[in-house]
Structure formats: C-alpha cells, structure tokens
Design a protein around this ligand. Sequence first.
Ligand SMILES: [Zn+2]
Ligand SMILES: [Zn+2]
Length: 302
Amino acid sequence: MNASGLFGCLALPWISHLDVSNLILGLELPEQSILQPGWDYLLQYYQAELRSPLFPVIISISTYFLMVTIYTVLDLLAPSWPSLNRYRLHPDRPVTWENIWTTLGLTAYNHLMYIFPAAVGQWLWRPPIPLPPDAPSLMSFLLGILGCTILFDFQYYLWHLLHHRVAWLYRTFHVVHHQYLQPFSLVTQYLSAWELISVGFWTTVDPVLLQCHCLTSWAFMMFTICIAAEDHCGYDFPWSLHRLVPFGLWGGPPKHDAHHRMPGTNFAPFFSHWDWLAGTHLVPTSTEDTSVTEDLKWRNDK
Ligand SMILES: [Zn+2]
Ligand SMILES: [Zn+2]
C-alpha cells in the first residue's frame, strides 16, 4: 500500500462520518435555491427552447407586445370609463387610433428591418446557450436584477443627456422619440434604429458584465421592458413603482412624461439619483412651464 492509499484508508471513515453528521445537522451542504424547483421544471420540459439563441428575442418581443396591448386597451376604454380616465396624466387628451397606427407602424418597421435580421443572425451564428443545472439563489437573482438596473440607468442617463445636449445627435437620432408631448405605451419603442440598438446592446451586455445567471438575465430583460412601457404608459396608478419606492428615488410615468414636455429634465430611465446630482431633476406639477423650448422645435404634435 502506498502513502496516498494509506492516507485514503485513514481519512475516508473520518470524511464519511463528517458527511453523515453534516447531513443530519444540515451543515456545510449548499442550500437549495427557492428558484430551483422552477428551474428544474424549465430544464426538464423546455431545455431546447431555453438554449435557443432566439429565446431572449422572443421573450423580449412578447413582453413588449403584452404590455402595450394591455395599456392600449386601457387607452381605448379610458374616454368612456371615468374611473379609469382619472388615472391618466392627461385625461383631456385621449389616445387616438391615428396615434396607435403611427407608433405601431414605426415599431413594425424597426422589428422587420433591424430586430428580425438580428434575430436570424443570432439563430444562424450564435451557439446554443449553456444552461447551468443550478438555479441562482433568490438573493443573487434579485441583486443581479438590481445591479443591472443601476448600471443600465447610468449608461442610458449619459446617452440620453448627450443626445439632448448635442444638437446633431438630437436631430439625427433622438428627435423621433420626442414627437409625442404626452407619451402613451406605444411611444416606448417609437425610436430611431440607433437608440433601439443602444438600448438592446446594454440590456444584453450588462448581465454578462455582472456575470448573472441566464435566468437573472432574462428576468432583467423583461423587467426593463415592463418599466420602459410603464414610464410611457401615461397613467399614474396607485400601485406604480414610483409610489412604492421611498424618497422619490424611482422616476415613473409622471417624471418621464415631464421629460417629453420639458426635454431638459429627467434624463434617467429608472432612478432619480443621476438627475438629482446633475441638477436635471424635476417633479412635475400642474403649473409647470410647458412653453416650447429649443428641444421641442422638431416635434410634430406640439
Ligand atoms: Zn420617452
Ligand atoms: Zn429624451
């Protein structure tokens, strides 16, 4: 018997004893994530779909159209439903079918010209996504979404500020999004291709930078889409996130609506801290100045 064999013989009973003790006491064994049963179910029944490079594209598009469909139905009901209309930020300015078709037209164009080819490219050239057997812990899942949200908020704040302060950038890329003074949900993706690509790039790259689990990445993608649609929805519901997050830290629909009317304010997409620090924060009131500024000159609904 060589030395390692001898050591093995001596060590093995001790290790086995320790393992059994740990099993009994519940020590040193990795705690199973509360998300594990759901993740196991997805891996068992939907592994092929989850591994497809098309999966993130499909969940993003589905989430977007689900959100805008819900808000658009509310927009169409609101004029004849006063108890709903009172939650609208501009109850006297109903969303018209013309608004819906115009915004839907550009959304469809962007999807056909940019998102569909990008999705086909991913499908052809990107290898299937590896799926880890373990789900993330609930804490790492939530912290991952929070971390990506904070990072994206900073990136978009800088992008947004730059595209308002540099006149050429504004006229060439961002003015499209500002063609509506009072946004409604379909204005969310009423964007130039460059803005759409920038936003899509950060949404994809940020979870990679923060080394998130793929479940966290997909949840972050869906979360940003829901929040972007909410920011533009034109409603101030009692359950809106900006009413639940303390200290006015979350922007929400009223602040982004103010940005569309006063484009020198509220550049951040989610939080308010960058606007506080840079002096671009504005809490909208009913008496604010809505006169046409330099930034508003290219709008078509002023
Ligand atoms: Zn907007
Ligand atoms: Zn803007």
